[in-house]
Design a protein around this ligand. Structure first.
Ligand SMILES: C[S@@+](CC[C@H](N)C(=O)[O-])C[C@H]1O[C@@H](n2cnc3c(N)ncnc32)[C@H](O)[C@@H]1O
Length: 222
């Protein structure tokens, strides 16, 4: 992992050993499902599917597996910095027999920069990114103008960017950062929660606290 190369990280450091099951899962699925960070990827070599969507910060991958099942004609690259989440995702991918998911256990920022070809993605999803609610931590939020520009450079013209959050100040921050970048909002501010977006554990945790959920759907300008 190349997390050390960015001074401001969008994720929490987590310590702890991987369980033997998770370690075995990662090792046994490495060649089948895992993408190596730092290497340029030719999407045609990896996927049979024409359209490839990136999911950033997939957590334990509930949405990833549900959406890959619902859309077998779309390839998904799931990025997650925390290894336990990736191991859980791979267990579920294998159990479901899905062939349209690949994952990388890495910081999304250098991965997107180094591994993804310009204008190559059909879309990107960022569901419930860490909100970093304290003012002194706001700079750690993943979605910033610089990140929006990086992501836009890898999306095909007209490709979508779907973000969701249960933290209103972050939703407002996303609106501002994305509106000021190479994206066009498909709707006025937020769109109603689409019923095809799977409920994730972080969304459920937000709902349990009484939070509203904000979905943002942008397209990359032509
Ligand atoms: C709040 S969780 C949400 C997970 C999942 N999307 C969900 O809705 O349940 C945010 C996730 O993003 C991951 N994350 C944060 N910054 C990241 C980065 N730069 N690269 C990859 N993953 C990142 C965190 O490790 C965490 O698992």
């Amino acid at each position: 992992m190349t997390t050390h190369e960015r001074r401001v990280r969008s994720f929490h450091s987590r310590q702890g050993r991987l369980s033997p099951l998770n370690a075995t899962t990662l090792e046994s699925h490495r060649t089948k499902y895992l993408l190596e960070p730092h290497q340029a990827i030719n999407l045609r070599d990896v996927f049979d599917q024409e359209q490839v969507v990136l999911e950033i910060g997939c957590g334990f991958g509930e949405a990833t597996v549900a959406m890959a099942t619902a859309e077998p004609d779309v390839g998904i690259i799931a990025l997650e910095v925390h290894t336990r989440g990736v191991a859980r995702l791979l267990q579920n991918v294998d159990a479901a027999g899905l062939t349209n998911i690949r994952a990388a256990n890495t910081d999304a920022v250098p991965f997107i920069r180094d591994c993804i070809a310009p204008l190559s993605l059909h879309g990107a999803r960022i569901f419930f990114p860490d909100p970093w609610p304290k003012a002194r931590h706001n700079k750690r939020r993943l979605i910033q103008p610089e990140f929006a520009a990086l992501l836009a450079s890898k999306l095909a013209p007209g490709a979508f960017l779907h973000c969701a959050t249960d933290w209103q100040p972050y939703a407002e921050h996303m609106l501002e950062a994305l509106t000021a970048s190479d994206f066009t909002n498909t709707t006025q501010n937020y769109m109603p929660r689409p019923d095809w977006r799977p409920l994730t554990r972080y969304e459920q945790a937000g709902l349990d606290k009484g939070h509203a959920v904000f979905d943002l759907l942008f397209t990359r300008q032509n």
